[in-house]
Design a protein around this ligand. Structure first.
Ligand SMILES: [Zn+2]
Length: 363
């Protein structure tokens, strides 16, 4: 059950997470505990998924997702469902050299006892005919979000996780997910390890899938630890420069990168030339809703380095910590901005969508 992606030029999507309803989890709080338990929680997650989907469809997004409504944390919720992990007796570790968090411990050989998100993905698939994207944590980011008391090797553990992720990704594709996205914010921190083994582990996780594959590499949610860290990065954020050449040569179909209001020099996108790029045109670290024209400006600047048929307007990262009204405003702005640029390209080409593959907008 493969679909044609994109459905039109400049297909819009989000990086993944969206705010949860206030009856399910504490508003504007990342990783908030659930407010429901048992059957009520299971039902509540499904209801939240349907509401999140409705928000995305109302805004006009082309590629939709679950808004990560059924998970508390983008990494640990997946890890907690694995065999070989003790998530009750947590250990405190430093995440991405930046902030301390209580994380699960690896205490034995890791494996996937049962599919983790496959039922949720099947539920989403049943409620929309539009292309759907599903996010999983990447192997290196998983390794960086736990305490390993068993393998004692980040590379070895990443390889084990890659095998597990590959099983999950294949199952997601089998129930109709069109794009499986792996989240690897660790790639902006551990460049050398990413090039040594992180990207290889990612390719293993993404190998042999019947759907498209994406990797999301960002500077994190708009939480204090991240904004404090960003202040230490100087006037130009050149971290992508270290990994994009390797990712450009990788088997991944789509690279998801942040851009709007970040200090990533736009010309670094040229290092990924040839790949489809999800470019962040929405800042997730501010409550200020972008204007459609601001979104359009970001997309126009990206078009100097990305062929029009390979540009996917997106958000810099997830929007889970934002107020629902702010997130909805940002979704609408993203779609309105993409619409502006879409019509500009159609005008330039003459007839809508003609010769898009040949269209080059650099220069
Ligand atoms: Zn992100």
């Amino acid at each position: 059950m493969t679909r044609d992606i994109p459905t039109r030029l400049l297909p819009t999507s989000t990086a993944g997470s969206l705010p949860k309803p206030s009856w399910l989890a504490q508003s504007e709080t990342l990783w908030s505990p659930w407010k429901l338990t048992g059957e009520e929680l299971a039902d509540g997650k499904r209801d939240a998924l349907r509401l999140s989907l409705a928000d995305q469809l109302d805004a006009g997004l082309d590629i939709v997702g679950d808004g990560e409504q059924t998970r508390q944390h983008f990494v640990t919720t997946f890890i907690e469902n694995l065999v070989g992990v003790d998530f009750k007796n947590r250990a405190t570790v430093r995440i991405r050299d930046r902030y301390d968090a209580a994380v699960p411990r690896v205490v034995g050989d890791v494996s996937r006892g049962a599919p983790v998100f496959v039922d949720d993905a099947r539920f989403l698939r049943a409620h929309t005919d539009q292309p759907i994207k599903w996010a999983l944590p990447g192997p290196m980011t998983m390794v960086d979000t736990l305490f390993d008391a068993h393998y004692r090797s980040r590379e070895k553990l990443a390889s084990e996780f890659a095998g597990i992720l590959n099983q999950e990704a294949k199952d997601l594709a089998a129930v109709g997910v069109d794009i499986v996205q792996f989240d690897e914010p660790a790639f902006t921190v551990f460049h050398d390890e990413a090039n040594d083994w992180g990207i290889a582990a990612l390719e293993r996780a993404a190998s042999g899938l019947s759907c498209e594959t994406a990797v999301h590499i960002c500077y994190g949610y708009g939480i204090e630890a991240n904004t404090t860290w960003k202040k230490t990065l100087g006037s130009e954020w050149r971290q992508y420069e270290e990994t994009l050449p390797t990712l450009q040569r990788s088997s991944l179909d789509i690279l998801s990168l942040e851009r709007h209001n970040s200090r990533v020099p736009i010309e670094l996108l040229d290092l990924a030339r040839g790949k489809k790029l999800m470019v962040g045109a929405i800042d997730v670290a501010t409550n200020t809703v972008e204007t459609p024209e601001e979104v359009a400006d970001t997309l126009r600047s990206a078009l100097r380095f990305v062929d029009a048929d390979k540009l996917y307007p997106s958000t810099n990262c997830g929007m889970a910590p934002l107020a629902s009204s702010v997130a909805r405003g940002k979704l609408a702005a993203l779609c309105a901005g993409a619409k502006i640029v879409r019509s500009e390209i159609s005008d330039a080409v003459g007839t809508p969508f003609a010769s898009l593959a040949a269209l080059r907008t650099d220069g």
